[in-house]
Design a protein around this ligand. Structure first.
Ligand SMILES: Cc1cc2nc3c(=O)[nH]c(=O)nc-3n(C[C@H](O)[C@H](O)[C@H](O)COP(=O)(O)OP(=O)(O)OC[C@H]3O[C@@H](n4cnc5c(N)ncnc54)[C@H](O)[C@@H]3O)c2cc1C
Length: 547
């Protein structure tokens, strides 16, 4: 006898038109002219074909091939064709570098961040080299001669996976190597050494010997690497293939066997007298590489929200068709409370990420945006990378047993979520960075408060909490209290965004996150709220608009 569950999958669907909060944020942050392109991109990434690529790229992960059949070292990583399709899609859409080609304020940074948000919901592992490639540019521009050679190769929209002379390729990808065995947060403890080949100096050639314990996307054409030069820790551009066509002695020792992020290869690298070119001055490596790290941090923050959005959309879709105890689960009051709570967290995350993208867009031409970024980028990285795991876990539970099996995307989202709280600065490191920013540049705290204050007067509880936050920022901050302070900054910012831009959800957010009327698990919103209405916002079908 055949039995039916009558369930259908969410995909194909348009990830952009089904997310009106994202769409409004894109418009607000100055990329309204990209709307038509984003509608098309949202449809493309939501197709069954692209979802299939995402599954296959993770199920059939990368393989390290150290030697050829004659015993020669080749140090290559082989990927499933579906991984290459994902890379082609994102490079072709310019997600890797289009945001460094435009004029500040023209919307290109915001539009590109929205594209990254959409594609990462379907497959986020390939986003690592996509993110790193463009992020190299602000650091590499410290050395104009090197930038003049590499930037045009980076900014093409052609994905070329061949391991050949980068100059002969249709497009190049770049990665980074900071973390060593003895530690990643404290990169000043790096022990890899760099010796000048012909006198050294900015742009000059050095020989690097040492190792990197984590170096993702090892098939990249070149890496920015930190090593100890005679003048202290310095940043080097290290290509895999040298200008004469020979291979730089960069050995791939192993690929990491990771909890998630399985489509992305993360390697242990060793250098033995490898050629590298100095970027910036000797001894200023951290100041140079931090420009790359800051750029990738925005993407890590974005991915945290992408995972939430996809998980909550999948959960809401399921609940809208699954029946139990005589009715649809989405109509059950307790499930509405859970879904409403998850949706609140996700919508606030979406607004924060797009606000950050807008600030990055305008920072070169707008002093407030420049100063605002210093604190807000760290606050958002800390908070959203922390919120992602519990949101995804609860969304997975909404789908019940079907959410726990690998045919669903949810296990993959769940395994991915903790990573964003580790790389580009783990939680404590970011929280301490917020404290440092407040101590060294008090104007960043003032810019943050100024921004939040534009919602003053809209809600009594918000005004009270804003005053409390101002008092907290005025005094010295105890290192051990850094996480509490960052949390306070984040939820006040979230409330301010709701009050200004999404007033329908503002009451629920303020009451639960600022006024203490909330439990320790999702689904504990006050029942006087219109939970059915809030829950409905999570359902992609409600907003498909015929797409
Ligand atoms: C999948 C994956 C891919 C990666 N890819 C790359 C890559 O491509 N390139 C690269 O360079 N690195 C990469 N990394 C490394 C990553 O950036 C580091 O793991 C990260 O920076 C943390 O460093 P660590 O692992 O050495 O932890 P540690 O520095 O040992 O930190 C451990 C813990 O201690 C906390 N901590 C540190 N200092 C303090 C303090 N002063 N007070 C309180 N708590 C503190 C941290 O928050 C963290 O929770 C990757 C990591 C992973 C997991």
């Amino acid at each position: 006898m055949t039995s039916h569950s009558w369930l259908s999958s969410l995909e194909p669907y348009n990830l952009y038109t089904s997310d009106p909060v994202l769409r409004r944020a894109v418009e607000r942050e100055g990329a309204g002219s990209a709307d038509a392109g984003l509608v098309e991109f949202g449809r493309r990434v939501g197709s069954e074909e692209v979802y299939r690529w995402g599954f296959e790229a993770n199920r059939f992960g990368p393989e390290l091939v150290t030697h050829d059949r004659f015993g020669e070292r080749i140090d290559e990583v082989r990927y499933h064709p579906s991984y290459h399709r994902m890379m082609e899609l994102s490079v072709g859409a310019g997600i890797h570098a289009s945001h460094y080609g435009g004029t500040p304020g023209d919307g290109s940074y915001v539009a590109r961040t929205a594209r990254m948000h959409l594609v990462s919901q379907v497959e986020v592992g390939h986003g690592c080299p996509i993110s790193m490639t463009g992020a190299v540019l602000p650091a590499l521009r410290e050395e104009p001669d090197l930038a003049a050679v590499w930037e045009p190769r980076i900014r093409t929209r052609s994905y070329d996976p061949r391991l050949i002379d980068p100059a002969a390729k249709a497009g190049n990808l770049l990665g980074m190597g900071l973390t060593e065995k003895q530690g990643g947060s404290d990169v000043r403890a790096n022990t890899s050494v760099a010796v000048p080949a012909y006198g050294g100096g900015p742009g000059g050639e050095y020989r690097l010997t040492g190792h990197k314990w984590f170096s993702s996307a090892p098939m990249c054409d070149a890496f920015l690497v930190l090593a100890q030069a005679p003048g202290g820790i310095s940043c080097f551009l290290v290509p895999r293939i040298l200008p004469d066509g020979t291979r730089n002695p960069l050995r791939l020792m192993r690929l990491k066997d990771k909890l998630g992020n399985r489509s992305n290869a993360s390697a242990e690298l060793e250098f033995t007298d490898a050629a590298g070119w100095l970027v910036g001055e000797e001894g200023r490596g951290v100041n140079v590489i931090i420009k790359m790290v800051n750029a990738t941090r925005v993407d890590v923050t974005n991915w945290s929200v992408s995972l939430m959005r996809q998980a909550v959309s999948q959960a809401a879709w399921h609940l809208g068709q699954r029946e139990a105890f005589g009715g649809l689960l989405i109509d059950k009051p307790l499930m509405q409370n859970v879904l409403a709570d998850l949706e609140l967290e996700t919508e606030v995350g979406t607004m924060m990420v797009m606000r950050l993208a807008g600030a990055y867009e305008r920072a070169p031409i707008d002093e407030h945006e420049f100063v605002f970024l210093r604190l807000s980028s760290a606050v958002a990285k800390y908070w959203l990378s922390k919120r992602s795991s519990p949101v995804v876990r609860e969304a997975l539970e909404c789908v019940g047993g079907n959410g726990y099996v690998e045919e669903s995307i949810l296990p993959r989202l769940y395994r991915e979520a903790p990573l964003n709280a580790i790389w580009e600065g783990a939680g404590n490191v970011i929280a301490l960075d917020v404290v440092r920013a407040l101590q060294r540049s008090p104007e960043s705290g003032q810019a943050f408060i100024d921004e939040l204050s534009s919602a003053r007067g809209a809600d009594r509880v918000f005004d009270r909490e804003l005053d409390r936050l101002k008092r907290a920022l005025a005094g010295p901050v105890d290192e051990a209290a850094a996480r509490s302070l960052v949390e306070q900054l984040a939820v006040c910012w979230g409330a301010s965004l709701c009050l200004r831009h999404e007033p329908t959800i503002a009451g629920a957010y303020v009451q639960s996150r600022l006024d203490g009327d909330w439990g320790s698990e999702f689904g504990s919103l006050n029942t006087s709220l219109d939970l059915a209405d809030l829950a409905r916002r999570a359902r992609p079908t409600e907003t498909h608009g015929g797409e």
